[in-house]
Design a protein. Structure first.
Length: 192
């Protein structure tokens, strides 16, 4: 696999992670799996455990709920593929860190949230540029549904949508997963 940046988008249970894992396996190379989820309760811990069972045992797993680019660089991995799963959870982690125990005041912190997430995405893209590995980045597409009923939900949708746009512009390939079917939104462009 030539070095490239792939973005895999999809809704909940759309098959986006399984698709990304399959692509990484097909590369037949060393993979660094970057997990952004935090086991905040028993249900999430079970979900994380199920996800771990779907990954090949030979892969190296790096848990990075924030500062993902810096964590990848600190890992100093020789992996040929870095799979980041997922930006939607990463954005959630950052927003919850910003709003703390006052989720109703999320809209008041929108500017701060936008800057924090933009910095995180820029750092991740800089890491990709400075690393010889290909990156597969998984993210949630949350802009196709109803308007969230609360401020935190609306800020999350807006900030994640902007992050996805930034990643898609930088990506060589973009896929949207719907009911387990990958739809190619952006084909691989040639390298100079």
């Amino acid at each position: 696999m030539d070095k490239n940046l792939m973005l895999v988008l999809g809704g909940a249970r759309s098959g986006k992670s399984a698709f990304a894992i399959d692509i990484a396996q097909q590369a037949g190379a060393g993979v660094l799996f970057v997990a952004t989820a935090v086991a905040g309760d028993e249900e999430m811990a079970r979900r994380i455990q199920r996800h771990k069972q779907t990954r090949p045992k030979a892969w190296v797993t790096l848990e990075a709920p924030a500062n993902v680019g810096a964590a990848i660089e600190a890992q100093n991995s020789r992996a040929d593929v870095v799979l980041v799963d997922c930006v939607g959870v990463l954005v959630s982690n950052l927003l919850l860190e910003l709003v703390g125990s006052e989720p109703d005041r999320a809209s008041e912190r929108l500017d701060v949230a936008e800057h924090r997430v933009a910095d995180e995405v820029a750092d991740l893209l800089r890491c990709y540029e400075e690393t010889p590995a290909s990156f597969i980045i998984v993210s949630n597409e949350v802009g196709l549904g109803l308007v969230p009923p609360n401020a935190l939900g609306r800020v999350y949708r807006d900030v994640l949508g902007t992050a996805n746009q930034t990643l898609a512009r930088a990506a060589d390939q973009v896929y949207l997963l719907v009911a387990g079917i990958p739809l190619a939104l952006k084909a691989c462009r040639g390298k100079d």
